[in-house]
Design a protein around this ligand. Structure first.
Ligand code: ATP
Ligand code: MG
Length: 282
């Protein structure tokens, strides 16, 4: 009997064994570009052969599927309430890229409790066996439904924009993660800057506040400038990294990937430079 129980436990442990890298993107303030960054980074990683899964952790206000123009049949709510397995709700974008949709406009899922979070975590462990990178797109704010995912993820990327409210909220998030949850692997990304100088100054400001009050500073993994083409892509429900891989935003995502994953995605920054490079054999 004991032997059988042992075997069963081993089988479960085996199923849960993983080698993936999980990264949660968060911000404090809403609307700073988290979801756009997550889906475009995920898509680009999939094009270089990485198995990527996006977990839409913006419970109740999920956007990942909408941004990609994907119609989903099921969502996390079906796992929580209707006995579906996580594998039943996964949507495959391509061979390397899958998403776990969270369900939108569902109050029940926005107000979930600790045992349900644990169920989500356990269920997730079964479907990430073959995944290299798990990207978690959290909602805005510091409610439990956001902090649950953050405290269960080792690596956290905090997104800030040049708005003072966004910087203040990014710092608040870093402070909570670092002080209350002892997170050390926190990184900073600046979005929607008007130029490189502004992006650098935002990142440095944020790090200076962290140095002063938390006695810590964090790695800056890049920035993205304001790109008018992005909202156009969003409206068309297309991924800009796919439809316009040399746009300002797409290039920033590639640079972030090279920074964060030590990958070498080719960055074609400037079509004119590329033209000259091709003429001169570059
Ligand atoms: N670099 C950028 N340049 C121009 N527009 C941008 C940029 N980044 C994001 N946006 C725009 O900002 C809006 C908000 O983006 P997104 O939904 O990704 O933010 P979010 O942080 O996920 O929001 P929420 O907190 O509501 O989940 C989108 O309409 C998007 O087009
Ligand atoms: Mg979002």
């Amino acid at each position: 009997m004991a032997d059988q129980a042992d075997k069963l436990r081993k089988m479960v442990d085996e199923k849960k064994k993983t080698k993936y890298r999980a990264i949660a993107l968060t911000s404090g303030k809403g609307g700073v570009g988290k979801t756009n960054i997550v889906v475009n980074v995920a898509y680009l990683l999939s094009t270089i052969g990485k198995k990527v899964m996006v977990f839409d952790a913006d419970l109740g206000l999920a956007n990942v599927d909408i941004l990609m123009g994907i119609k989903t049949k099921y969502s996390l709510l079906d796992v929580i309430k209707n006995g579906k397995k996580m594998s039943d709700i996964i949507v495959k974008v391509n061979d390397n890229f899958s998403i776990i949709p969270a369900g939108s406009g569902v109050e029940e899922i926005a107000n979930i409790t600790e045992p349900i979070f644990t169920k989500i975590k356990d269920e997730l462990a079964y479907v990430i066996k073959d995944v290299d990178i798990l990207l978690i797109d959290t909602g805005a704010g510091i409610s439990k439904k956001v902090t649950f995912f953050l405290k269960n993820t080792e690596e956290i990327v905090v997104i800030a924009t040049p708005e003072p409210t966004s910087i203040a909220d990014a710092y608040a998030m870093i402070k909570i993660m670092s002080t209350n949850y002892n997170k050390e692997n926190i990184k900073i990304f600046v979005n929607m800057a008007k130029n490189e100088l502004e992006a650098q100054s935002i990142a440095n400001n944020l790090n200076n506040i962290c140095k002063k009050f938390l006695k810590k500073e964090f790695k800056i993994i890049g920035y993205a400038l304001n790109d008018k083409k992005l909202p156009v892509s969003v409206k068309r429900q297309k991924l800009i990294a796919q439809t316009n891989p040399n746009s300002v935003f797409s290039v920033s995502m590639k640079k972030m990937i090279n920074n964060l994953f030590k990958e070498n995605i080719k960055v074609n920054e400037n079509p004119i430079a590329r033209f000259f490079a091709s003429i001169f054999g570059g």
